[in-house]
Design a protein around this ligand. Structure first.
Ligand code: SF4
Ligand code: SF4
Length: 147
């Protein structure tokens, strides 16, 4: 994002207790509001603020193709398909352009790390509140130290 945010991330990652506090705070907030699954590489702002990792197949670039005609999930017929919900919300929020973004496969090394710090460090896409799609080039960065 910027040299300043990179410094904040580096400082936080050097201090395990501080880092754990950030991860816990982030989890409490995002689990309660978005049902966050702790992937560490947040794409909420691209998916109309619906967490795509709640999909049982963890599809990050659209539905699996098995969505039932009534919009329910093929794996859990009692739940709506997450991508059905994302599309519905994106239409309501007029954020459909954002859905055109292709997301790289999940980097499992980032699971259970702080997506906020990963964003500050420039490892993952920044939160983008605009409705238009902007391409962002991400440099290759190592994951944070293992805890
Ligand atoms: S995309 Fe990842 S970090 Fe963001 S809310 Fe979903 S699981 Fe959590
Ligand atoms: S139907 Fe939707 S929620 Fe269910 S597995 Fe397929 S993409 Fe995921």
């Amino acid at each position: 994002m910027s040299k300043f945010t990179e410094k904040i991330a580096a400082f936080t990652e050097r201090h395990p207790t501080l880092y754990r506090c950030v991860v816990t705070g982030e989890n409490v907030f995002k689990k309660a509001i978005f049902g966050c699954q702790d992937c560490g590489q947040c794409v909420l702002s691209y998916n109309a603020f619906v967490c795509c990792m709640r999909c049982p197949k963890q599809m990050r670039n659209g539905p699996c193709g098995g969505t039932r005609p009534d919009g329910h999930c093929e794996v859990y017929p009692n739940r709506h398909c997450i991508w059905w919900l994302i599309n519905k919300r994106a239409k309501w929020m007029r954020r459909q352009a954002k859905l055109r973004k292709y997301h790289v496969p999940v980097d499992r090394r980032l699971e259970h790390t702080s997506a906020w710090m990963n964003m500050f460090a420039g490892r993952i896409l920044p939160i983008d509140l605009s409705r238009e799609l902007h391409e962002v080039e991400l440099p290759k960065r190592e994951p944070p130290p293992k805890r």
